[in-house]
Design a protein around this ligand. Structure first.
Ligand SMILES: Nc1nc2c(c(=O)[nH]1)N[C@H]1C(S)=C(S)[C@@H](COP(=O)(O)O)O[C@H]1N2
Ligand SMILES: [Mo]
Length: 356
């Protein structure tokens, strides 16, 4: 498990990860579908270079008919295209104190793409799951070391979530092929779940009779308060909202400068648990709130646009914030929920601006 860090300084290893895994530049919240190069990226190990002509997806384990599918065979199956919002489970980690040492996201590990592929259910039905199947394990081509043990990046879903959760085996993103950093030639996309579920560079799908005990399933990506606590697995994304910071930034501090007078503040809100029902806006750091306007939903599993016409009442410093609530009554907390891995911090974000 990640060691904890109490200082406000960042370590060399955190800088190294932050330079590899970039976030969504927050001004890109203005696009409903995130342009490919602006979508956040999280890669645990190295981005593998894969020869599409030699690559096959293997379907193995408790199936009637093992499959070996090439890219052309997958593209020939009935296709689905769906806008899906991804958020890394570690988003907001760098705002926790003490801070778990890992990828130091502030709030930018989010993006929405239009994923094209084949329904996972179609492929599993072609293979035919046998009686006794309980889980489906997804194995990537990338390899690395966790806690001293070499492994592939692997995650599982219950057979029910795999068959009925609307998951896609995606070979396309925003109308083009998957770029290498997003999982070329094939990745899993599970609508509503935190990002780690969406295994990239898929190599094998294994139907199993036992729950999967791999590192990314039983050790990482669990909400726990202490080391020997087995914890609760991370699944569906908690509600969250962000705003595209208005005005212009100072180059180094990125503090914002805004004009006086009415201006439109816009942002996006999402939840993997239920549709977004309400977004409130504050210009006094969360002491008072006003409802924002909501755009028409993009899709059942994509973020929802919101906006408000904001007229600062005076010059000087203001702290802007937004707070989302979903139809199941889940609402963003005002302060971050702490856990050992630094996951699922969906606390209200505060953006300082100076009106001049
Ligand atoms: N094979 C593999 N799949 C992976 C990862 C990885 O490192 N290897 N990272 C996961 C994590 S933690 C996240 S948040 C998402 C990020 O997807 P993206 O980089 O396409 O935005 O991919 C997931 N799938
Ligand atoms: Mo992630």
């Amino acid at each position: 498990m990640s060691p904890l860090h109490t200082g406000t300084d960042f370590t060399r290893e955190e800088l190294q990860l932050a330079a590899r895994n970039h976030g969504l530049p927050l001004e890109a919240l203005r696009y409903p579908i995130t342009p490919v190069g602006l979508h956040y990226i999280l890669v645990h190990y190295d981005i593998p270079r894969i020869d599409p002509a030699a690559w096959r997806l293997e379907v193995r384990g408790l199936v009637e008919k093992p499959l070996d599918l090439g890219l052309d065979a997958l593209r020939a199956l009935p296709g689905v295209t769906l806008p899906v919002t991804f958020e890394c489970a570690g988003n907001g980690r760098a705002r926790l104190a003490p801070r778990p040492l890992s990828q130091p996201w502030l709030s930018e590990a989010v993006g929405t793409a239009e994923w094209t592929g084949v329904s996972l259910r179609t492929v599993l039905e072609q293979a035919g799951c046998l009686a006794g199947a309980v889980e489906v394990v997804f194995t990537g081509c990338d390899r690395g070391i966790e806690n001293g043990t070499e492994q592939a990046f692997e995650r599982s879903l219950s057979i029910t979530d795999a068959m009925t959760g609307g998951a896609i085996l995606a070979h396309g993103m925003n109308g083009g092929p998957l770029p290498p950093q997003h999982g070329f030639p094939l990745r899993l996309v599970v609508p509503g779940w935190y990002g780690m579920t969406n295994v990239k560079w898929l190599r094998r799908i294994t139907v199993t009779a036992e729950p999967f005990g791999g590192y990314q399933q039983v050790w990482a990506y669990r909400i726990r308060q202490e080391e020997n606590d087995p914890g609760e697995p991370l699944t569906l994304m908690a509600p969250r909202s962000l705003l595209a910071p208005p005005g212009i930034p100072d180059f180094f501090t990125r503090l914002r400068m805004c004009p006086r007078g009415s201006q439109r503040v816009e942002g996006r809100a999402w939840s993997g648990r239920a549709p977004i029902e309400r977004v409130d806006f504050s210009d006094d750091g969360g002491s008072s709130w006003r409802p924002a306007e909501l755009e028409r939903p993009l899709g059942l599993h994509a973020w929802r646009g919101w906006w408000i016409d904001w007229e600062p009442r005076r010059s000087g410093a203001h702290v802007l914030a937004s707070r989302a609530r979903d139809a199941a009554g889940n609402e963003q907390p005002l302060s971050p929920p702490w856990n050992l891995g630094g996951y699922a911090n969906n606390a209200v974000e505060r953006v300082e601006v100076t009106v001049a």
